[in-house]
Design a protein around this ligand. Sequence first.
Ligand SMILES: Cc1cc2nc3c(=O)[nH]c(=O)nc-3n(C[C@H](O)[C@H](O)[C@H](O)COP(=O)(O)OP(=O)(O)OC[C@H]3O[C@@H](n4cnc5c(N)ncnc54)[C@H](O)[C@@H]3O)c2cc1C
Length: 410
Amino acid sequence: MGSLEIIVAGAGPAGAVAARTLAAAGVRVTLIDKAEFPRNKPCGGGVSVRALRRFPWLTDAIAGIDVHHVSTLQLQGPDAAVMEMASPDPSIILIRRVEFDHALVRAAQAAGATLCERFETTHVGVDDTGVTLRARDGRQLRAPIVIAADGVHSVIAKRTGVNAAWPKRAIAIDMMEETPVETLRPTRPDVLWVSYGYRGLDGYAYIFPKAHHVNVGIGCLLSHYERSVDGHPYAMQSQFVSDLLVDGALHGTSDRRHFTPFLIPVGGPLPRTHHPSGRVLFAGDAGGFVNAFTAEGIYYAMISGELAAGAVAASQLSPSAGRAFDRSWRSEIGAELRDAVLIQRFLFADHTRMNRVVRAGRALPWLRELIVDYAAGRISYSQARRRVLAASPKTAAKLAWLMVRRQLAG
Ligand SMILES: Cc1cc2nc3c(=O)[nH]c(=O)nc-3n(C[C@H](O)[C@H](O)[C@H](O)COP(=O)(O)OP(=O)(O)OC[C@H]3O[C@@H](n4cnc5c(N)ncnc54)[C@H](O)[C@@H]3O)c2cc1C
């Protein structure tokens, strides 16, 4: 495609996969990041195994890093009842982002992408022929199209007016530590534990066991945090760790040096994930590609990065890429991301609803199997959705009603 070059801004999972995809399609691509790799990203590091099916190259790309495979998931409801889902094969892998992201960047470089580190974008200009990015140190880069994968605080989304700020109800604050097991260790390193409404919390909590670390986190909508929580995020998280030590789920002590509160977009993708010019496409957190219910973002970052890159390559680097990207992500992940927002709002509005879900899961082996099969990628979201709705016409009616209400609310 001639001498034209594409810029991918942000080298997290969205950006690294976008750069890898473009390079593999023969497009010249520069992957910029404000950081130097390896760099950390506050994250639980849980990736559903379906990512390994969706990206067949991923297994080789992460072969050199610590990957902990987990086959047992526990979902705890607000009334402390637990639904346990075990499968013969792993359904989740747990990685450390400091290693995982570096491995993805190396995969992009191996495919031919050029990495440009310490390029912190501060200014963005879009005109009729392209996009100019200026870094804090004065360096400038220009390209006909930019894929913006610069995370939840996307400077590019702000500077281009595509997303001046997330609405408070579309953002969660996740307070988490990733601590070596010598200091803090899970009682059951073979189990991934997630709880909704733990000890009355309006949000979620989790213990993710890694190969040599444990991630312990607690999260809620930022609007709820600002309204109802006094004090520093670490005070809330360390209280949570103390409760888990008393409950016997953890041993050891919390270590504030490994504590990193960070934001997650949980309101679903932006209404339009490209700039009106068609020259800037937003992937990953920058575009809101996170499951609003599970807060899973790595998988969707990788998919949106790949689809954005695919649209750019297929459009011969023309502005029609913007609309093509919109169509492709809506077709592959639009339904699950939309439903996740509805499910989050429905279940978080009333703790008894989540209790009913956990009770249903305990009573229905097929439902537990379905969740694990979906996480492992053995069935697609649309197959899982069809089976749940066929088994429960009441749930189908409720979902339809929520969709209508959301539509009416604009
Ligand atoms: C505490 C916490 C726990 C989470 N746990 C999980 C989990 O267990 N599983 C899961 O799937 N998801 C989880 N998520 C969500 C997940 O971390 C994100 O959805 C995912 O990292 C998004 O990837 P990304 O590539 O879009 O952005 P990021 O990973 O944030 O990468 C963005 C990149 O852009 C760079 N950048 C930012 N600004 C600039 C700039 N101005 N100029 C140049 N470069 C810039 C950054 O340095 C970074 O490298 C969690 C999130 C949080 C906060």
